[in-house]
Each structure stands twice: as structure tokens, then as C-alpha cells.
Design a protein around this ligand. Structure first.
Ligand SMILES: [Zn+2]
Length: 578
């Protein structure tokens, strides 16, 4: 690669500071094998067909999906990805189907007692991760804790030392919105990431901190804007069987009751407690916020049907050519699971999950095929990892990241594919979490060869970087990419991208209507997949490993991991000890 020429023509990532691109001998994009989008579409049609019944973990849909993937990886000539000689990694899950009663609230003492109930499902959606036949909160004091965040790096503590053991926390979703003192109409990017959601904004964080604080229950007030999806998605994703990794402590360290309260009901509840939602929310966005006891005692009980399930990640290996580094891996991830059979919508109960994520799963099959067409394999090896139970909370990737088949220190990068562009060619590609690592430079270069540009996430407030399978790897320190379709469509009006995105979120995301549509145009997807193939290939060829940008929240973890790996003694112990 003649560094000078390509470098100068490479377009910049808007807003991020591109570091030095590692010097590698480079095969141009045009020389790399093409992606077969007919084969891709055939996979999607099969995997999202009613026969697979929405590919829920622990169902016949899982067996069909796993068999399909293993068969196709085997036909491509890839090696079993697990060191036990198989193409699967067992992932111990437990399915919990909760049947709940209303959220009963009592105000006042014996003389002036008042009671109200919020209906199960319609007003409150609650569950437990505890592997037990029942779970409950009983007359637990309800406390409004604002965003419920403890962030020392921002000098933020919503609890102010209050002991919330045994209490039930009422919380706001997303991050505290802090105005920029220099331009008050904007959010301050230095505090809680400004417009971008940080992990503190994620619902998973809210329940994690509530558990850390020893609370009995935690309920999030659902707001469509800050949550990023309507209440129907909360109902669709949390009612029916939910899976959790089965852990040694049976999740007894988690709060007994986790859940969401519908917005209008929450507003009414607060005014019944003599509070005003808007005022509370305004104070919650200040460092001086202190928790507010609502003078209400909350009770809710759940009966759980438990179903232990041994689900499977599917993994296939493409062996590298260089003995010195073929034990190092680039990993492509895509979750094969979806929501299975669920609440009926327009007479349909099968959540087919064509874009979420049959198309991503099909993508790693077709990228694997492209690797098999290379004249020579890259130096490092490549692992194709189709994960289970992503819809249940990134469980398959979380399990792999904690019980890796290959040491994470030997995992040089992860490229995650969750959803793909089905609307035609774009002049750009979106990078969720752009600016995090040198992986961006690989994407920028490859996209640049197509005459396209890389753009940052158009919806940073949705916290998409925390919502798919690359995240458990990133959190453990492995540089990870989560690309998304572009926003500038060729031959379409300028608002086309926003319109199709809103249409998707409102009508198809986590709905039975996420099926293959006649108007799908995969020309854009083909270009994106060529970029993903090239990025992985070039990292597998590179002299130097890609790193997180200086100061990035996961860099310290990576540096420590690589330092440990470099010590001769520790090398043998890194696999399967964690
Ligand atoms: Zn997905």
C-alpha cells in the first residue's frame, strides 16, 4: 500500500480525531472477494420464515437455526470454532415466565389509609432475574431517586448517602441532561456525553446500581423519547418467557423486582403522592438532587415458571496462515436469536426477526464465504460467532466474553453486525461509538475506497453502543465495532433515512412485521459487507494491533490485559479461568 496516496484521499470521520493508521500491506477493496447478496437473501428468507418460529432460545426454532448455521459453516469448509472440536458453545440459561399481580400502593397510616393499584402488563411491566419460584416486594417504601446515578467522574451521586436497603426505587431512564454553560440550548458533551447516552442511561445500569445499593425493587418510569422506543416494546420484550444466564448465586444478588411503569400512570402516582413529575425531573437534572420518599408502600408479587435451557453460541474458525500470529483472532459477531412467539399484533404472533437479526447472521455466513475465496488466508485467524439470547440482554456474548474459547488477549478486534441496510446504496456508513478506537481508521479507509464517508451515530441519545453483542467484548477491553447503515441514500430525498428509521422503530422493531419486504434493495448492504470483510481481513494482516483511543473508558482494561498476557507465567492461565 502506498501510504501517501490512499491516505490523502481517505475522507475524515466527522468530529473524531483519526490516529495514525497502522501501516499494512494492503489488498485493495476491489481485489477482495465479493459478497453474494443472492445467497444472503436466501439465508434471511429461510431463517426468518415461520418454520423457525422467531428463533427463540431453547425452542425448536433454536435447533433449526443452529443446525442451519453449523451445516453452512461446514459446507464452506470452516473449522469447528470450539476447541472441543464442535461448532457450538453451550450457554446455560434459565427461562423465567412470570405471572404477576398488580402493583399495590398504600398511602397514609391506619386512620387515613388510601390504596391504589396499577394493573399488571398495562400499567406496570415487572419481572425478576432471581431463579426462584416466586419473588415479591411487600410494603416496600417507594423512593424517587431521579436518574439513580453514581458517577464519580462527573461528581454525581443521586443517593447522597441515603440507605435504600429494602426500599423500592422509582427511577428515570437515560442520563441527566446537563446544559452546556457556554451554550445553554446544547447539552454539555463533557458531562454524561452530552446528547450521546452513556452506560449510566441504560436500563441495565439502573437495575445494576439498585442491586448494588441493596434495594428490594427498582421501577423505571417509561418515557418514549428518552427510552428510545414505545411502551409496547417494553411489553413485547418483557412479558412472556425471559432468559437469564444461570449463575452460581441464582441471581439472588439482584433486586427482587425489576420493571417499568407506564408514563401516564407514573405521573398520576406522583401527583397522588403530592409530587409533580416535571418538577421532580427538573431537579433530578441537577447535582443538588436528593432522593424523595413518596410516602407510599409498594407491594407486588410474581409467580415464576422456571425452565433451565442449554442454549448455544455457534462458532466457526477460518485458520490464519502465519504460525506466529494465527492464534490471534478477529471475531465477527451476529446474534441468531430473536423473540420467538409473542403477544399478537394484527393477528400475527411470530416475531420473524428478518432485519433483527436474520440478516446479520446471514452476513457472517457470506463474509465467511468471501474469506474462503481468498487466494491466501490472512496472517491471523478469523472466528465467526453467532450468539444466542442477545434479545434477552446480550447473554450469549456476555457468556462468551466471560468464558472465552480463545483468550480475549488474543482477540484483536470484534466486528458486530446487528441489522443491515435494506433500502439501497448510500454515500456514507454510520459508526456507532465513532471515535473510540483505531478500528475507525480501517473503516474510514475501506469506505473511502468506495468514495463514501463515515458518519457518527445520528441517534447518540439512544445508547446504541451498549445495545448489541460487541459491547460485552468492549467492556472487557477488546476493541469492537458496531457499524450501521448510512443516512445519505443515493437517489432518495434527504429525509429518507430518518423516515425509514422512524418507520422501523415505530412499526417493525421487535414486531411480528419485521419480515423480508418486497422492496428490499441490497446494493447498499453489499457495499457495507465488503467494507466489513475488508476491515477484518486487514486487521488479520496488520503488523500492529488496533488500540482504543487514549483516554477511552475501555483502554485501561485492554492495556492491563495485554500486559498480563505478555508475562510468560500468566500466558497459560488466561483461558476459561474467568
Ligand atoms: Zn438485534
Amino acid at each position: 500500500m502506498s501510504a501517501a496516496c490512499s491516505r490523502s484521499s481517505a475522507p475524515a470521520v466527522e468530529g473524531s480525531n483519526p490516529g495514525p493508521t497502522p501501516t499494512v500491506e494492503r489488498t485493495s477493496l476491489g481485489e477482495l472477494p465479493d459478497i453474494d447478496t443472492d445467497a444472503l437473501l436466501a439465508h434471511v428468507k429461510e431463517l426468518s420464515s415461520d418454520r423457525y418460529a422467531g428463533r427463540a432460545p431453547g425452542t425448536n426454532g433454536e435447533s433449526l437455526t443452529v443446525a442451519y448455521l453449523v451445516d453452512h459453516f461446514r459446507r464452506l469448509g470452516l473449522k469447528p470454532g470450539n476447541t472441543d472440536g464442535t461448532f457450538t458453545q453451550k450457554v446455560p440459561l434459565v427461562g423465567i415466565t412470570a405471572t404477576g399481580g398488580p402493583l399495590a400502593l398504600v398511602k397514609g397510616g391506619a386512620k387515613d389509609k388510601e390504596a391504589r393499584r396499577l394493573a399488571w402488563k398495562d400499567d406496570v411491566v415487572a419481572w425478576t432475574t432471581r431463579v426462584a419460584e416466586s419473588a415479591a416486594i411487600e410494603a416496600s417504601e417507594l423512593v424517587f431517586v431521579g436518574y439513580g446515578v453514581v458517577a464519580p467522574e462527573f461528581g454525581w451521586d443521586d443517593y447522597k448517602g441515603l440507605d435504600v436497603k429494602g426500599k423500592t426505587l422509582l427511577m428515570l431512564i437515560n442520563d441527566p441532561p446537563i446544559p452546556d454553560p457556554d451554550s445553554p440550548t446544547e447539552l454539555d458533551a463533557r458531562v454524561f456525553g452530552g446528547r450521546a447516552m452513556t452506560y449510566y442511561g441504560r436500563w441495565t445500569y439502573k437495575f445494576e446500581i439498585a442491586a448494588e445499593k441493596g434495594a428490594a425493587g427498582a421501577l423505571i418510569i417509561h418515557e418514549t423519547g428518552p427510552a428510545g422506543y414505545p411502551f409496547t416494546v417494553v411489553q413485547g420484550s418483557n412479558l412472556g418467557e425471559r432468559f437469564h444466564l444461570s449463575t452460581a448465586d441464582k441471581n439472588m444478588g439482584r433486586v427482587a423486582i425489576e420493571g417499568w411503569v407506564e408514563f401516564d400512570r407514573a405521573r398520576e402516582l406522583l401527583s397522588w403522592a403530592g409530587q409533580d413529575f416535571d418538577e421532580l425531573k427538573a431537579t433530578a437534572a441537577t447535582r443538588d438532587f436528593t432522593p424523595v420518599s413518596l410516602g407510599l408502600a409498594a407491594s407486588l408479587s410474581l409467580k415464576n415458571a422456571l425452565r433451565p435451557v442449554e442454549s448455544r453460541n455457534v462458532l466457526a474458525r477460518f485458520e490464519g496462515r502465519d504460525p506466529a500470529v494465527r492464534d490471534q483472532l478477529v471475531i465477527y459477531t451476529a446474534h441468531w436469536d430473536h423473540l420467538g412467539i409473542g403477544p399478537e399484533v394484527d393477528g400475527d404472533r411470530i416475531y420473524n426477526g428478518a432485519r433483527d437479526n436474520a440478516i446479520g447472521t446471514a452476513s457472517i455466513l457470506e463474509i465467511a464465504r468471501a474469506y474462503t475465496k481468498l487466494p491466501t488466508p490472512p496472517r491471523r485467524s478469523v472466528l465467526f460467532l453467532a450468539t444466542t439470547a442477545e434479545e434477552q440482554g446480550l447473554l450469549g456474548s456476555e457468556f462468551y466474553a466471560h468464558k472465552p474459547v480463545y483468550p480475549l488477549a488474543k482477540t484483536v478486534a470484534v466486528v458486530n453486525i446487528d441489522g443491515l441496510n435494506v433500502y439501497g446504496r448510500t454515500r456514507d456508513l454510520v459508526l456507532i461509538g465513532a471515535g473510540a478506537s483505531e478500528l475507525d481508521d480501517y473503516v474510514r479507509d475501506a469506505v473511502g475506497e468506495q468514495g463514501r464517508v463515515v458518519r457518527p451515530d445520528p441517534e447518540p441519545e439512544k445508547g446504541l453502543y451498549y445495545r448489541s453483542d460487541h459491547f460485552p467484548f468492549a467492556r472487557e477491553g477488546v476493541p469492537a465495532l458496531n457499524p450501521e447503515e448510512g443516512t445519505d441514500f443515493v437517489g432518495k430525498p434527504s429525509d429518507f433515512a430518518r423516515r425509514v428509521r422512524d418507520q422501523w422503530t415505530e412499526h417493525d422493531y421487535h414486531k411480528p412485521s419485521d419480515v423480508v419486504k418486497d422492496d428490499w434493495d441490497l446494493k447498499g448492504a453489499r457495499e457495507d459487507l465488503k467494507v466489513f470483510m475488508a476491515v477484518g481481513y486487514r486487521i488479520a494482516e496488520a503488523d500492529r494491533l488496533p488500540e482504543w483511543r487514549p483516554g477511552h473508558e475501555f483502554k485501561a482494561k485492554r492495556d492491563a490485559m495485554l500486559a498480563r498476557e505478555a508475562q510468560p507465567a500468566s500466558r497459560e492461565q488466561t483461558v476459561n479461568t474467568r
